[in-house]
Design a protein around this ligand. Structure first.
Ligand code: XMP
Length: 506
């Protein structure tokens, strides 16, 4: 087990993901909540930070239980922290050091640079520099602009690097982390999907015994993998509820329900489309739509959960990024969209909660799913928002608009699959715009709806780029939509990145 102390860098989660890719388990803890009991940790990594170590309000935790006692690697701010507080000197750099650089001198007596050649590319992102190394430091590497790019403290297993091993542009970053964790700290790479499934199923068996558990399936990867894990542990005592809110993709409800049944899950499909449409009638403000859908879902789910007698637990597909306690740099972050917004506390939310995926990143959820034999097509599905097509129909929602958008969306998604583009895109969908435009069809003038197509690349949805889809594909798709979907006479392609745009339009 590896401890990553977070000082608020945007890259902290990336460090954790790189460590996990080495089949090593790690946890992120904020710098101000260092675990009391460190006995289970074999190594510690200090993250980067947007702060300067010289600032008074910067993170300045007490490392006396860690430094010199456990193998320690300081990254960027972490490296500067170890210099600033242990006899070195950190000062503003003359130039902001940002971007690619080449490692010059690698003097390695320490195993940190095994297999990393002189001249290897690294990624820098800092505005302070280490001018004087801390006491008993041995310099290991420099770059043209950074004199002290890596050092080690003599007599301790303490290492520090100014560059970021976790970002892709540092070509040997993963090797360096492997050297530190496996060669130096002696951590065993035994965090594998197979081991996770075995231990989790065992733990769930012990924790749940003969208790009954309800779980809401959404058709998404997380709830599906959570369900299969629980099903392995408690079989028919897992009661899955799959609600059709009428805002899913075309034929999605029936297709996914069939798949779930085929997997042997004890699942009940509940078609509540009419109820959701009623709750949405006349609502056009995006947040009001999300609330209406959230509330309707809670009512339907609560009713269904009550039908299961003597239920004790609510299972959820929560994953690690949702539970990491974040280091707030600019005060509490502002709610831009009320994702997963819920009101009051219905009965099912008073149940005990079991979250078998709460320590996994998204890519690990997929690997665990694959390990358990879940259909790769299901595991490779694009993310789809809880409120579904409701937030892709700008303005108010009617049954007719849902139908039009379902048709358009199906043509777009099927086309991506046919052209072998689906897996190259992180998320795609169509948006029905609240404008009409003039067109001609035959000799007739038309005045009909406009749809936008959106396809983005991303790793976590926090930032995204629009995808450069082939013109031929866009041409074919546009023709097909306009010819087949009555009520649409114009198709546009969204070429905005996030930020400043968002992925969804509402
Ligand atoms: P944005 O539009 O904020 O979307 O760039 C980022 C990711 O979040 C999804 N999204 C939602 N998911 N409920 C959800 O469950 C929501 O209300 C919601 N709004 C956006 C979006 O599809 C994208 O993957």
């Amino acid at each position: 087990n590896v401890l990553i102390l977070d000082f608020g860098s945007q890259f902290t989660q990336l460090i954790a993901r790189r460590v996990r890719e080495l089949n090593i388990y790690c946890e992120i803890h904020p710098y101000h909540h260092i675990p009391e009991d460190l006995s289970s940790f074999k190594a510690v990594i200090l993250s980067g930070s947007p702060f300067s170590v010289r600032a008074e309000d910067a993170p300045h935790p007490d490392l006396s239980k860690i430094k010199g006692k456990l193998p320690l690697l300081g990254v960027c701010y972490g490296a500067q922290y170890l210099a600033h507080f242990f006899g070195g000197e950190v000062a503003p750099s003359n130039t902001r050091e940002y971007g690619r650089a080449k490692l010059n001198t690698i003097l390695d007596t320490s195993n940190l640079f095994i297999g990393i050649p002189e001249g290897a590319q690294v990624w820098m992102s800092h505005s302070d520099s280490i001018k004087v190394l801390p006491k008993k430091a041995i310099k290991l590497a420099s770059t043209d602009d950074v004199a002290n790019a890596a050092y080690q403290i003599e007599g301790e297993e303490t290492y520090a690097i100014q560059f970021h091993p976790e970002v892709y542009h540092t070509t040997h970053g993963k090797q360096l982390l492997e050297n530190f964790l496996i060669e130096i700290a002696g951590v065993k790479p035994n965090w594998t999907p197979a081991a996770f499934v075995d231990t989790t199923v065992q733990e769930l068996k012990e924790k749940l015994g003969n208790d009954k558990v309800v779980l809401g399936l959404s058709g998404g990867v997380d709830s599906t993998v959570a369900a299969v894990l629980l099903h392995k542990a408690i079989g028919k005592n897992l009661y899955c509820i799959f609600v059709n809110n009428g805002l899913l993709r075309k034929n999605e409800f029936q297709n996914v329900l069939d798949q779930y049944e085929h997997m042997g899950l004890n699942v009940k499909g509940v078609d509540a489309s009419a109820r959701f449409l009623k709750a949405l009638a006349g609502v056009s403000e995006p947040e009001a739509k999300r609330k209406a859908i959230g509330n309707a879902f809670i009512e339907v789910f609560d009713h269904e959960a009550h039908l299961v007698e003597d239920v004790d637990w609510l299972a959820q597909g929560t994953i690690y990024p949702d539970v990491i306690e974040s280091v707030s740099v600019n005060g509490p972050s502002v709610t831009i969209k009320s994702h997963h917004n819920v009101g009051g506390l219905p009965d099912f939310m008073k149940l005990k909660v079991v979250e078998p995926l709460r320590m996994l990143f998204k890519d690990e959820v997929r690997r665990v799913g694959a390990q358990m034999g879940i259909d790769p097509e299901l595991l490779g599905r694009h993310p789809f928002p809880g409120p579904g097509l409701a937030i892709r129909i700008l303005g108010d929602i009617t049954e007719e608009k849902v139908r039009i958008l379902q048709e358009v969306d199906a043509i777009f998604i099927d086309g991506l699959k046919k052209w072998d583009l689906y897996d190259k895109v992180w998320q795609a969908g169509a948006i029905l715009l609240p404008v009409q435009s003039v067109g001609v069809m035959g000799d007739e003038r038309t005045y009909e709806k406009v749809v936008a197509l959106r396809a983005v690349e991303s790793t976590d949805g926090m930032t995204a780029d629009w995808v450069n889809l082939p013109y031929e594909f866009l041409q074919e798709t546009s023709n097909y939509i306009i010819n087949r979907v009555k009520g649409v006479n114009r198709v546009v392609y969204d070429i905005s990145s996030k930020p400043p745009a968002t992925i969804e339009w509402e």
